[in-house]
Each structure stands twice: as C-alpha cells, then as structure tokens.
Design a protein around this ligand. Sequence first.
Ligand code: GLU
Length: 279
Amino acid sequence: MKRTFSRPMKRVVVKLGSSQIADRQFKPKIRQLSALAKQVKALRGQGVEVTFVSSGAIVLGMGLLEENQRPTDLAALQARAAIGQAALMRLWAQVLKKVGLKCAQVLLTWDDFDNHNRFLNARHTMEAILKEGVVPIINENDTTSTEEIKFGDNDKLSALVASLIHADLLVILSDVQGLYDTNQKVFEQVKDITSEIEGVAGETQNIHIARGGMKAKLEAVKIATHARITCVITAGDIKGVLVRILEGEKIGTLFMEREGKLLTGDDQHEFIRSHFKNG
Ligand code: GLU
C-alpha cells in the first residue's frame, strides 16, 4: 500500500544535515550528492521543484584545514563555515552540472525572517530563482548568525524556508531511518507530535559530525506541519529516496500536515516570526 498525499507535491524542500554532506574524515560525500542531483533532474521532469537546505559548511571547512576535531570556540566555527561554504557550493555546482542543472547560493539569517521587507525580498528572490529552473542551495549565514551552529544543524531553518516558499513537502535527510519508537521500530506515520512522541526523540548519536538530533528535527516538523506542510524524516543514503517518497513509498516517518486554512500574507509572516527564535 502506498501513501496518498493530501495535495500534489509540487514544491519540495530537502534538508541535508552535515552528516549527509561529509564523511567522518570531513571529506565530501560526492556519490550520495550526485545521486540526489540525478533525482532532482528526474523530479523536475515531473514538474516538481526542489530546494535544498544544506549544512556542511563547517565540516567541509574543517576538512580543508585538515582538522580532525570540531573547535568549540564560536568564532572559530564561524570561520570554518566561511571557509567551507565556498567548497560546499562548488560541490553542489559540480554534481548538479553533471545532470545539466545550475544552483544558486542563498544565505539567510533569523533577521531575514523577522523583518518584513527582508522576508518579502527573500521570498521574491526564491520565486525568481525557481522560475529560472535553478536549484536554490540554502544555508544559514554563519558569519553573522549563530542559531543553527548552536542548535540544530539547519533543521529549523528548513522549516522556515519551507514555509517561506509555501512548499508542499519538507524532507529531512539524516543518518537515521526515521523516528524510532521505544522498540526501535520506525513510526510509519505520525498525526500529532504529542509529548509521548517527543519523549522517544533523543539527541544525536553521531556527535562527531551531526548536530541537533531528533529533538531538533521534531521542532522543525512542528513548525512545518503547522504551516500545512507534510514532512518526512528519513535516511539520505536510501537508494532513490526522494523519487520514491514522492511516488508514495512508505519510506521513513511521515508527519501529516495540520488541518486548517493555509496562512497567507501578514498572518504567515507573523507565524514565521513567532518561530524564528529558539525557546
Ligand atoms: N550552517 C552550519 C553549516 O552549514 C551548521 C552546521 C553545524 O553547526 O555544524 O555547517
């Protein structure tokens, strides 16, 4: 039995944590990213637009500096992000070029969601990039903003971006198959994120590279589902993962969108603003 979605999934945001971009030696996972690029190409043929929210700047920066341990000093991490961001974009440009696609770098901070003009500018720019058939690659601007370095490896950013561009689906790819219950079985579908569900979510086990863990992902899912965006959490190394999710295959954990009217205009901005800070 396949999943059926409440509406056609035409606009998709795919979030990749640092563990999906680089291996334990902080070297790029080119094969995995090339596979995703191929799927983006295939989906485009079906009229599906994909936007990536990509972490990985810090780990690639560490790789370039030949480090084997993550610094603890915030400015040092921000410097790694600045060093690695260029490598991150080269990586995306390289894998997308192989399938005849181009990418655009979009760096956002929380202030961009808070300020109405900047929010609208970000939305208009995103619409124009997608209209050109170019794949947006979004990251936090780690030079001026430190929310995701401290907290969630772009989980929350991905939910805000999905809401900003009125995405239909948010796919969070990481190194777990989905949300596990207490018997280590993956939930196939979650309607409400209850305190019981939150209770089974832990911090990341892969502290070497990944940040945030399931708790941060559930926070992101809460924001996105409230904005009426369906979410899937699953592993990035599953063969054909994006195409198969969109075909309705029961991969990972599906979080159903909340019922109710879709927020638009000022209401939507207010909703996003209220979630732009932690806490
Ligand atoms: N935006 C950061 C990055 O792309 C966050 C991840 C982290 O804290 O390692 O590297």
